[in-house]
Design a protein around this ligand. Structure first.
Ligand code: SF4
Length: 311
């Protein structure tokens, strides 16, 4: 959950998730929809899909435990080399290279490494330096300490160098150039995407939803039927609709995409039997859809719309 996401955002999700899925076995027995519903709003949904796949593998191949070596840990879906080493180091008190965002920042300053850490050559240099600095003993403490140093002292803005326990050997501090390290990410080119979605209801708060393809934006989540080039959503469902009302646009920002969603509703109410569902589409009742893994803007649209008609 903490990949790409701040601790304070994660805490309520983490607590709810652990309450519902307290161990590998429980998680492995859950459905993808159930897991997604606990991830809904947190974004980067591939993490949830990978977590479920990993739980199933651990249940089937490692007797509901985690594998014991960094190499086997790194072979699990969603676990990279650094995360595998962090798990290994903490679980077995062994020294292992961990390079999360905080550690990269500490090292980039401590050794004064030029270049953006996301660049492969810079990442490799960081990895080499991190390896050279590893202690022989107290691997778990060292891993935790260096991560905490980045999170609490060597922060992105205004690092507390005067209180830093490693300031005596920090090259950026010695060179009075802390703000130069690490170099910033080159600006990402943002794209815009605009699409129309159809809210089809049965008049009792039930809605039709369709599952997104597994790869791409909102992969595997339930969403509203969307227009495709040259084929409006209602035509794809075999419906002839005379009157469609356009609701106000909803803006949604992803890291690299500015999204504009244009919701459409029909005046008519649809008995579920009147609309043909393909394998990817289903009707969900007013009680069912709030429990699903829905992308944040879709949930927002449905809640706003249905609250207005239920008033
Ligand atoms: Fe970071 Fe400052 Fe400590 Fe260097 S001295 S590691 S820049 S907090």
């Amino acid at each position: 959950m903490l990949q790409q996401t701040q601790v304070k955002t994660v805490i309520p999700y983490f607590n709810n998730f652990l309450e519902r899925f307290p161990d590998i076995e429980t998680l492995a027995g859950a459905t993808p929809d159930e897991v997604m519903s606990f991830w809904s709003g947190l974004g980067y949904y591939a993490r949830a899909r990978n977590l479920l796949k990993t739980a199933i593998i651990c249940q089937q191949e490692y007797a509901s435990d985690l594998p014991q070596t960094p190499e086997l840990l790194a072979s699990l879906p969603g676990i990279g080399k650094s995360t595998a080493n962090a798990i290994y180091s903490q679980a077995h008190d062994r020294p292992a290279v961990v390079l999360d965002g905080n550690v990269k920042r500490v090292l980039a300053r401590y050794v004064a490494i030029e270049g953006w850490p996301g660049k492969s050559s810079v990442h490799q240099q960081l990895w080499r330096e991190a390896k050279a600095l590893l202690p022989v003993n107290r691997g778990a403490d060292y891993t935790q300490a260096v991560m905490d140093l980045g999170a609490t002292v060597c922060t992105r803005t205004k690092p507390a160098c005067e209180q830093c326990p490693v300031s005596a050997n920090c090259q950026a501090y010695a060179g009075n150039s802390v703000e130069r390290f690490p170099a910033r990410r080159p600006k990402l080119k943002k794209t815009s995407q605009s699409f129309r979605v159809l809210i089809l209801t049965d008049g009792k708060g039930g809605v039709m939803l369709e599952r997104r393809p597994p790869a791409g934006i909102w992969g595997g989540l339930w969403s509203l039927p969307a227009d495709e080039p040259g084929k409006p959503a209602h035509k794809q469902l075999g419906l002839e609709l005379d009157k469609l009302t356009v609701l106000p646009d909803l803006q949604h920002q992803l890291t690299h995409i500015d999204m504009t969603i244009q919701p459409l509703i029909t005046d008519s109410e649809f008995a579920p039997g009147r609309v043909e569902c393909t394998s990817g589409q289903r009707w969900f009742t007013r009680q069912q859809w709030p429990e699903l893994g829905l992308p944040k803007p879709v949930r927002q649209l449905l809640e706003t719309y249905l609250e207005s008609v239920e008033k």
